[in-house]
Write a protein that binds this ligand. Structure first.
Ligand code: GLA
Length: 419
């Protein structure tokens, strides 16, 4: 084979496998059923919380009416336990007619009428994690087409009951099959989570060409321990993970559990702040019908959402781990701006952490600093020492821009639609 043929052949392979849907140039935002609602299918005794069309309609109403949609939270995503245990006569997946009497098409129409989007769930194996029908290799084409026929906008492809060999074929095949439907469908792959999340088993270059987002670590639970273990894993592996992220391809540390039962106010702020540093998809999994004002104001914080949605799409890093238990995180943003998070692992009292911007690698003379939770601003010289008081398991988060320029306003949300 001469060189030209070789180059052509490898370019053709790339095009064949590249995910070409133009979606999710900033991390997707919305709501996902799993963490809060699991596999509750008992609609007879628990009608408000069971996995049924009513639940997704209720959440869509809340997103639409309570100011979430304008902030970018547009996806309403079904997770496991939506289907019947058997396929229909044509071999297609079918929703449980008792719980989804209008079918999935009714739900996608409901979302689209309101400027929202619908996501659905499947599994690259014989069964989903909860034992519903999976999508083994020979069913990939038919299932992708079914989701497109239902006008679904996003698809999460889980990996229970599949092996590494099947996954190697199945995840790329599904990417192609979704593309082949001609419908733009955001593609969330759980593949790396089933392969330990790290090279050499996981090839992040390939993933970025196949999937819009991917889970690479265990499931989030409603606890601080769980949130902390995710934070630790992501930042311990940041050298591998940060280059993988960018417009259209995101590491997914799993859902936001703010609004549930496991996190204090400070811990909720920490999750929101660090998910923004990580350029993480923001999928809430909480009951938006009864969410507290406190949780809502954290999830609806415009500056943090603006940081999460920054158009450059760089995933941020941990830049310091102090013996005192303070850690500092940094994310570069567009317009020469950046975000800093001071996080305390301590369990005693608010810690007064003293540093300066030059100690944190800032070299321009002076900066405008905005505290994203209080809205307070300040002009800081790089050499000036300052003190931030960081609560136990909490954060202080700053948006930082060069001082004195007109364009250095805090980030604004310019997009309604997070695709
Ligand atoms: C796996 C996934 C979860 C959820 C469940 C559903 O555990 O990682 O996010 O989808 O399956 O059964």
């Amino acid at each position: 084979m001469n060189l030209a043929v070789l180059v052509f052949a490898s370019a053709a392979t790339l095009t064949t496998f590249a995910l070409d849907n133009g979606l999710m140039r900033t991390p997707p935002m919305g709501w996902l059923a799993w963490e809060r609602y699991r596999c509750d299918i008992d609609c007879e005794h628990d009608p408000k919380n069971c996995i049924s069309e009513n639940l997704f309609i209720d959440m869509a109403d809340r997103l639409f009416e309570d100011g979430w949609k304008e902030l970018g939270y547009v996806y309403v995503n079904i997770d496991d336990c939506w289907s019947l245990k058997t396929r229909d006569k044509q071999g297609r997946l079918q929703p449980d007619p008792k719980r989804f009497p209008g079918g999935i098409r009714k739900l996608s129409r409901y979302m689209h009428d309101r400027g929202l989007k619908l996501g659905i769930y499947g599994d690259m194996g014989n069964y989903t994690c909860m034992g519903y029908p999976g999508t083994p290799l020979d069913k990939i084409a038919v299932d992708a087409q079914t989701f497109a026929d239902w006008e679904v906008d996003m698809f999460k492809f889980d990996g229970c009951y599949s092996n590494a060999t099947d996954q190697e074929q199945g995840y790329p095949l599904m990417s192609k099959a979704l593309n082949a439907t001609g419908r733009p469908i955001g593609y969330s792959c759980s593949w790396p989570a089933y392969q330990g999340g790290l090279p050499p088993k996981v090839n992040y270059t390939q993933l970025g060409q196949l999937c819009n987002l991917w889970r690479n670590y265990g499931d989030i639970q409603d606890s601080w321990d769980s949130v902390l273990s995710i934070i630790d894993w992501v930042f311990e592996n940041q050298d591998v993970l940060t280059p993988a992220a960018g417009p259209g391809r995101w590491n997914d540390p799993d859902m936001l559990i703010v609004g549930n039962f496991g996190l204090s106010k400070d811990q909720s702020r920490t999750q929101m702040a660090l998910w923004a540093i990580m350029a993480a998809p923001l999928f809430m999994s909480t009951d938006l019908r009864v969410i507290s004002g406190e949780a809502r104001s954290i999830l609806q914080n415009k500056m943090i959402i603006g940081i999460n949605q920054d158009v450059l799409g760089f995933q941020g890093r941990r830049i310091l781990k102090e013996k005192s238990g303070i850690e500092v995180f940094w994310r570069p943003l567009s317009n020469n701006a950046s975000a800093l998070v001071f996080f305390s692992r301590r369990t005693d009292m608010p810690y007064r952490y003293k540093t300066s911007l030059s100690k944190l690698n800032y070299t321009a003379d002076s900066y405008k600093v905005t505290d994203v939770f209080t809205g307070k601003t300040d002009i800081l010289k790089d050499s000036t020492d300052f003190v931030v008081s960081v609560n136990p398991t909490g954060v202080v988060m700053w948006y930082i821009s060069a001082a004195g320029k007109l364009q250095d306003e805090p980030p604004q949300i310019t997009k309604i639609d997070s695709t």
